[in-house]
Design a protein around this ligand. Structure first.
Ligand code: NAP
Length: 482
């Protein structure tokens, strides 16, 4: 199944923070892959910007080293020299005025201009202002903002105000890389390009939805940032919330940025406040590796490395259908999935001994991206009527051959969309603020109380209280499996 590759328009892309971890690990390797795929026109240019005093040659060398480190199979690719040719570098301090006129002089008119802010959010305002003051950015330039977008409603609002002072909302691309994942987009295709699921996609037929984003790694290396954030801010406010939106939203009238984002916003606005009893937070204890408190070097830390919660959406479609969310570090396996668990048939014609299970639609985000529908069939054989659950497997690697296995990384997709000027997979300012408005009271109740997160064993499924959250509703989490 050959995918159609459509070249993007000619562009100048400036990456602020081009020497940083995210640029080296994700953004530049993703750009290289798109270059190697032939997606970029011959003159498209990528300009790295940071304070370090590098020249073009040193920057190119560093990018080649980053590709060797983070995408080793491509380090020897014959396309690498051509990619490096596209790169140049400018030493610039976001906090000073030197260098900006040089950058302005380098930008070409009549091509797409994009500015990727891969720097601390505290620098967004400085950069946006200087891009405008020094006439670096043309009227249609695009600004890409990395997460975290604020740490609460007030800071997110302030960040939005800062950006919209210099750029229109239609120019601002707030990245949530989960939205760039192929399976997440497929969720929209499965829901809205098939007649099969949508009639069942409501409280009459769905019992509950569970979303798990489990990591095996701890926070070592990112401790200073993480201890200030925690799982709720780092994962739930953005990634998990976006997944909830895509599962729960009404069909947009068109696959168009504002139509999609309007529907997502309605979901967030319809979220009911969460009762304290419906949230569990945890912190990993010491095992073979150090505990969370040791990793962040803060024995008194009350920051959560795990959250599980039950949320409800106050609208007709989802009346009475709980959404269970959990995410955490140092868990059993690295595994992210959404499971839509359907109701049991209203009346079973089979004996209890037949072994009936509810249908599940499982959308796996990682590893092995794919979609799996679990259905009941008769167990083959002459003995009575026994039922067995079998998966209808839509895993991409099998269905689409090598192309399915070699899917573009989320950043490849998202950066290409920035160049194309397509905001569908980016968060709008009001969406981000609505998500904070829902999350803030939960975090405030923790911060105002004295309780500590529940400790959990590394390599487990999280604290027992998270299991109890579902058990007391007569339900259970799916096993965390890679
Ligand atoms: P990082 O490794 O600390 O890199 C920061 C970059 O910003 C460096 O290139 C640094 O280069 C540059 N910089 C710092 N101060 C500057 C200034 N005053 N003017 C111009 N450039 C400046 O950070 P990172 O991990 O790449 O993260 C970048 C952003 O992405 C952050 O907002 C982070 O929250 C977000 N993010 C990161 C990840 C990740 O996995 N790393 C994931 C999601 C989101 P110089 O020191 O040479 O100036």
């Amino acid at each position: 199944m050959a995918s159609r590759l459509i070249q993007v328009d000619d562009f100048d892309l400036v990456i602020f923070g081009a020497t940083g971890d995210l640029a080296r690990r994700k953004i530049l390797p993703a750009l290289f892959r798109r270059h190697a795929a032939g997606q970029f026109p011959p003159d498209a240019r990528i300009i790295g910007a940071a304070r370090s005093p590098l020249d073009d040659a040193a920057f190119r060398k560093d990018v080649a080293a980053a590709i060797a480190e983070f995408d080793p199979p491509r380090a020897q690719s014959p396309e690498l020299p051509g990619f490096l040719e596209r790169l140049s570098y400018i030493a610039i301090d976001a906090g000073g005025d030197a260098g900006w006129p040089d950058l302005a002089a380098r930008m070409r008119k009549g091509v797409v201009q994009a500015f990727y802010l891969s720097v601390a959010p505290s620098l967004f305002g400085d950069i946006a202002r200087r891009l405008a003051d020094h006439s670096v950015a043309g009227a249609d330039a695009r600004i890409v903002a990395e997460k975290p977008f604020g740490r609460d409603l007030d800071t997110a609002r302030a960040l939005n105000r800062t950006l919209v002072r210099h750029f229109a909302e239609a120019q601002i691309y707030r990245i949530d890389h989960y939205l760039g994942k192929e399976t997440v987009q497929n969720l929209m295709a499965v829901r809205f390009a098939n007649m099969l699921f949508e009639p069942l996609w409501n409280a009459l037929y769905i019992d509950h939805v569970q979303i798990t984003v489990a990591e095996t790694v701890g926070v070592a290396g990112r401790g200073a940032y993480y201890d200030h954030a925690g799982a709720m801010r780092d994962m739930v406010q953005n990634h998990l919330m976006q997944l909830v939106c895509l599962i729960a939203m009404e069909p947009p009238w068109h696959f168009d940025p504002d139509a999609v984002r309007d529907e997502k916003l309605k979901v967030i606005r319809a979220l009911e406040p969460v009762a304290p009893a419906d949230v569990v937070r945890g912190q990993y204890a010491a095992g073979a590796a150090p505990s969370y408190a040791q990793d962040v070097d803060n024995p008194h830390s009350r920051t959560e490395s795990f959250v599980a919660l039950k949320l409800r959406i106050a609208n007709w479609r989802w009346q009475g259908v709980p959404f269970y969310l959990r995410t955490g570090k140092r868990l059993l396996e690295r595994s992210s999935e959404i499971a839509v668990v359907f109701r049991e048939p209203p009346h079973s014609i089979f004996d209890d001994s037949a072994g009936h299970k509810a249908n599940q639609l499982v959308i796996r985000l990682q590893p092995n991206e794919g979609i799996n529908l679990k259905v009941m069939i008769k167990e083959p054989g002459p003995g009575g009527m026994r039922l067995v659950e079998v998966p209808l497997d839509m895993s991409f690697a099998e269905a689409l051959g090598p192309e399915g296995a070699d899917m573009p990384d989320a950043y490849e997709r998202l950066i290409t969309d920035v160049i194309r000027g397509n905001q569908t997979l980016f968060m709008r300012g009001d969406e981000v603020e609505a998500a904070w408005a829902w999350i803030d009271p939960i975090i405030a109740s923790w911060e105002n109380g004295s309780a500590r997160p529940e400790p959990y064993q590394p390599g487990s499924s999280g604290p027992d209280e998270a299991l109890a959250l579902m058990h007391r509703d007569g339900r259970r989490w799916r096993e965390i499996r890679a």
